[in-house]
Write a protein that binds this ligand. Structure first.
Ligand code: FE2
Length: 195
């Protein structure tokens, strides 16, 4: 088998484990932490994820590669490639999420809503913590959890993100503008590439 075939097989096994965990345990932090353990195992051998298989786009912009998605759009796994200076404002996911590192550091900042945030409009946040996701660790989020991410590495970073529902199906996500004290619908993720 070549690397892609080996990776696809490992991804399929991991995703089956993740489906089984959700079926057995439901959606809660203990279940998501078990999923994270599966994802860290998947990424233990970085030779399965060679950087040349996950390039930035020709203009140097960030790219999201789909590695797995069920026919009903559930259990979607992505490789998220970030260039230097990648930054995503605070947002929720409206589905559960597990993120683990492959290459580089992705700084996650965690927030909680102190007012608003049930829909677009006035909203205020306070930061509750931060964690740097890198190879060998990861973070988990319940649907209403809010985080922001930032990447300062000079070389492209790669992190694997697995969601309960595919990114291009999540039309009710909120993105927060902490300076303005507001939140708005987050644009649907588009331009997802296959790998
Ligand atoms: Fe996120």
């Amino acid at each position: 088998m070549n690397i892609k075939q080996t990776r696809d097989q490992a991804v399929a096994q991991t995703m089956q484990s993740i489906r089984d965990i959700e079926k057995e345990m439901g959606v809660n932090y203990p279940a998501l932490k078990r999923m994270r353990t599966e994802m860290i195992s998947l990424t233990a051998n970085r030779e399965l994820f060679p950087p040349e298989d996950f390039p930035l786009d020709p203009t140097g912009r960030d790219v999201i590669y789909c590695l797995s998605e069920d026919n009903d759009h559930r259990f979607a796994l992505y490789g998220s490639v970030g260039g230097e200076g990648k930054s995503v404002s605070p947002h929720n996911h409206t589905t559960w999420a597990v993120i683990v590192g492959v290459y580089g550091d992705e700084v996650n900042q965690f927030y909680q809503c102190t007012s608003g945030g049930k829909g677009p409009g006035p909203a205020t946040l306070e930061q509750t913590g931060s964690f740097t996701v890198c190879h060998g660790n990861g973070v988990v989020f319940m649907p209403d959890d809010i985080h922001a991410i930032q990447t300062d590495d000079a070389v492209p970073t790669l992190h694997l993100h697995v969601y309960g529902l595919a990114l291009d199906q999540l039309s009710d996500r909120l993105m927060f503008d902490t300076a303005a004290g507001t939140c708005a619908r987050m644009p649907l993720t588009r331009g997802i590439k296959q790998v």
